[in-house]
Design a protein around this ligand. Structure first.
Ligand code: ISJ
Length: 380
């Protein structure tokens, strides 16, 4: 029997220029690329529309990652060197990629836990004073190794443990690899059909079945988490209402589980009134309150003050756009920046009026565990 290997399983020691997969397909873009720089989202939209209307994307695909902050410059890439393949059911065995995992010599919190809980306290105060309604605050871990780590092993582990989410890896942004296992699709577009699947409101998975079910049940009933979730659904659905003739979403969120987390989830879908490309759609709704806050400008500025580090591409978006303006863009979450012997990982939590600093810290720890597991630092 011929053993079918996916693009990611087929990697030897090389790092892919750009890799993106969903449970249904995987896309790999490699080789020569044209870099399209942009100064902000408005400039990006203009350039992409120009390319699409002048047939400049024929046979090509646009791939890349767009920063969290829409006022910052960035770049996306155009290439004819790309392939896409269906992913049917395949048995992703993480154990196969257990070998060659090295352990770090140092882990450093950026910022320190106490600074993070203090930032949450300040945000709750802002919310009580009605400065804003919700804000997402993140923190990071810097992981140092004695020697350079083998990126292709880590990618195989990320892919294998992320059967139901979006796996991404790119090497086109300088001297590091951005790679992770995002659970959240910002926008998907095929012809006139569009959908978004925001997540907000979270619990860790339990240590046993009983605890796991209890956490899931608690999440479904939690007023605080339901409120956190409804803010995001309201934001995206009101943006979609302006551009869609039909809009569908359930009034009650469902549960989505990853290996490490439970999330409240809502699929919002619609049919576009006029053909709009996926970059226009992504930049219309990004950053959503799932990773930024309400109102957007106020919370984006406050995030810079309270977090004390630069998010860059973390909580930005990653994906592709084809010659028809179709494509998928996921939020850059549960990811890592891998530099030779150093890895930076990040995680955030949504803060609303009833947030408790210690619980939000625990939530970020649970989210960080996705990459800690993929790096082989923790066992589960
Ligand atoms: C910010 C992160 O996650 C986001 C925040 C969530 C929440 O507050 O419940 C859930 C999923 C994501 O939208 C992260 O994973 O770093």
């Amino acid at each position: 029997m011929i053993k079918y290997k996916t693009f990611i399983e087929d990697l030897n020691c090389e790092k892919p220029y750009f890799y993106f997969s969903t449970p249904q397909y995987e896309l790999l873009a490699d080789g020569l690329m044209y870099e399209m720089n942009f100064s902000d989202f408005t400039a990006l939209r203009k350039k992409v529309n120009h390319y699409l209307h002048s047939d400049g994307l024929r046979g090509k695909v646009l791939v890349g990652a767009i920063p969290f902050d829409s006022n910052l410059p960035g770049s996306v890439f155009l290439t004819s060197n790309w392939k896409i393949d269906c992913l049917g059911y395949n048995n992703r065995k993480i154990d196969e990629w257990q070998q060659n995992i090295i352990q770090p010599i140092q882990l450093r919190e950026v910022p320190e836990c106490e600074e993070y809980t203090e930032a949450v306290r300040m945000a709750v105060k802002d919310i009580n004073e009605k400065v804003y309604k919700k804000i997402v605050l993140a923190r990071g871990l810097e992981i140092i190794y004695q020697e350079d780590i083998e990126v292709s092993h880590i990618l195989k582990r990320i892919y294998s443990s992320n059967q139901s989410g979006y796996t991404y890896a790119t090497n086109i942004y300088g001297d590091y690899t951005l790679a992770g296992a995002s659970p959240e699709m910002l926008i998907s577009k095929r012809d006139r059909y569009i959908s978004s699947n925001p997540l907000a409101g979270s619990r860790p998975r339990g240590k046993n079945c009983e605890e796991d079910e209890r956490y899931a049940e608690e999440l479904c009933k939690s007023e605080k988490d339901l409120c956190e979730h409804s803010i995001v659904v309201e934001y995206i659905s009101s943006k979609f209402k302006e551009i869609c003739k039909e809009l569908h979403f359930s009034q009650k969120p469902s549960l989505l589980k990853t290996k490490q987390m439970w999330h409240l989830s809502t699929i919002i879908s619609g049919t576009l009134l006029a053909d709009t490309n996926v970059i226009d759609l992504a930049t219309l709704i990004h950053p959503t309150p799932a990773i930024c806050g309400v109102p957007v400008d106020k919370t984006r500025n406050r995030i810079k003050e309270l977090e004390g580090f630069n998010r860059n591409l973390y909580t930005g978006i990653i994906g592709w756009c084809d010659e028809n303006g179709d494509g998928d863009w996921a939020i850059i979450l549960r990811g890592s920046e891998i530099y030779r012997n150093r890895v930076n990982i990040f995680a955030g939590a949504g803060i609303v009026k009833d947030s408790n600093p210690a619980e939000e810290l625990a939530e970020t720890n649970a989210k960080l565990s996705t990459m800690l597991f993929n790096l082989g630092i923790i066992k589960k």
